[in-house]
Design a protein around this ligand. Structure first.
Ligand code: BG6
Length: 293
């Protein structure tokens, strides 16, 4: 299908009716629905579906830079590029192929990209939907250059929640984090699960490979499993910052929470010919099921 600007979007469907939409603009997942057809990712009502900025919502890819610590535009250029579909992708891993539908998108640097980031790479993004509705993103980034390069990376995942003040994150307690609101100063998380009552913009370091986001009101828990992605970004703009973003409604911070699997503190380094893989799997389960475990 096409989005509002005529840019191609690919839709994956499970036999039970779950679905995922991926836009060639940014290789960005723009929708993920469960078997009941309920949307699980946040998209702003003011989102601008138009290059050269990433649409506000879904899962923009931050590469080769996260944030604005570096010479590139905020969160790097990958989210603003038009990706290509690989019509002849390598097959799924046979141990992991059971009924999955998938698409492979490719990004290679343009002449302009090479001017601001002089490193030849090949980025293969595989988006897959399992029969039980799990969404998996696998990024494979290869150095096809004669010289080593480094990068940082994040799956900037906008989860849709019913009320941010009823949400908590489990799996990040007691970790160290860099606080983007205080010149990236390092702190240690105290106490229990993370809850929200003001702006949060943090990079949790060396986080576990599974993190749960409990939405009390919806009785729904998102589970994020990640591989190759040591850090976890947690972001909610809250009231004041929401008002300063043109493509975000003033009250919408109540319905979203970004939890990103990421590699930020220690940039990934690739020698010529080397490849890096970063994997993110999202699932959603009823909360009653979780609290019994
Ligand atoms: C978060 C950053 O991940 O992304 C925030 O930590 C930033 O500082 C937010 O405001 C949104 O960024 P952008 O460029 O998509 O508006």
């Amino acid at each position: 299908s096409k989005d509002w600007n005529g840019i191609d979007q690919v839709v994956l469907r499970s036999p039970q009716g779950a679905s995922v939409k991926v836009s060639l603009h940014g290789g960005q997942v723009t929708s993920w629905r469960n078997e009941q057809g309920e949307e699980l990712l946040f998209t702003s009502s003011k989102a601008i579906f138009k290059p050269p900025k990433a649409m506000r919502g879904g899962i923009p890819i931050c590469f080769p830079q996260f944030g604005n610590c570096g010479s590139l535009e905020q969160h790097g250029f990958a989210r603003n590029k038009i990706w290509m579909i690989d019509d002849n992708p390598p097959p799924l891993n046979p141990n992991d192929s059971n009924g999955k539908s998938f698409i492979d998108l490719l990004l290679k640097p343009s002449e302009d990209d090479l001017k601001c980031w002089p490193h030849s790479f090949e980025f293969r993004l595989r988006v897959s939907l399992s029969t039980d509705g799990d969404l998996t993103l696998i990024s494979r980034i290869r150095n096809v250059n004669g010289k080593p390069f480094t990068f940082s990376f994040a799956y900037h995942t906008y989860l849709l929640v019913s009320d941010i003040s009823e949400v908590r994150i489990e799996g990040l307690e007691t970790l160290d984090y860099l606080d983007n609101l205080c010149q990236r100063e390092r702190f240690t998380e105290q106490g229990d699960a993370i809850t929200f009552e003001s702006e949060v913009d943090r990079v949790y370091l060396s986080s576990p490979n599974a993190i749960a986001i409990l939405d009390h009101e919806k009785k729904r828990t998102y589970v994020i499993r990640k591989d190759g992605l040591p850090d976890t970004v947690v972001w909610n703009p809250w009231e004041k910052k929401s008002k300063s973003m043109v493509d975000f409604g003033d009250e919408e911070y109540k319905q979203m929470l970004c939890v990103d699997g990421a590699a930020i503190e220690k940039p990934i380094s690739l020698k010529p010919g080397e490849e890096w893989t970063g994997r993110l799997q999202l699932s959603v389960v009823p909360s009653s099921f979780c609290s019994e475990n």
